[in-house]
Design a binder for this molecule. Structure first.
Ligand code: ZN
Length: 95
């Protein structure tokens, strides 16, 4: 068995352990479904990235999960409509 040549002081041990901590993960919010996501990655909840659908999330879900997810998406869309009652396209059509 290896035996340490010299004992380490608390300071030395502390210094070596200084970088061995769990780093905080900084999350951003998905603009479509408002869930926390890692930045520069596809949202795994809705499958959108930069406003385009990249993943078909619904394809791998079971029937029960699909219904729940669709309900969730509809709720989020309703909330978004409340916040922004008219989009830019709708505004231009009315005039
Ligand atoms: Zn999303």
């Amino acid at each position: 068995m290896a035996v340490p040549k010299q004992g380490h002081t608390r300071a030395k041990v502390g210094k070596s352990r200084m970088h061995k901590y769990i780093k905080k993960v900084y999350l951003s919010v998905c603009p479509k479904c408002k869930k926390p996501i890692l930045s520069h990655t596809v949202c795994l909840n809705c499958g959108f990235y930069k406003g385009n659908e990249v993943l078909n999330v619904m394809a791998k879900l079971t029937k029960k999960d699909k219904k729940a997810r669709e309900k969730e998406i509809q709720q989020v869309e309703k909330e978004q409509k409340k916040d922004n009652p008219l989009t830019m396209e709708e505004m231009s059509q009315k005039k």
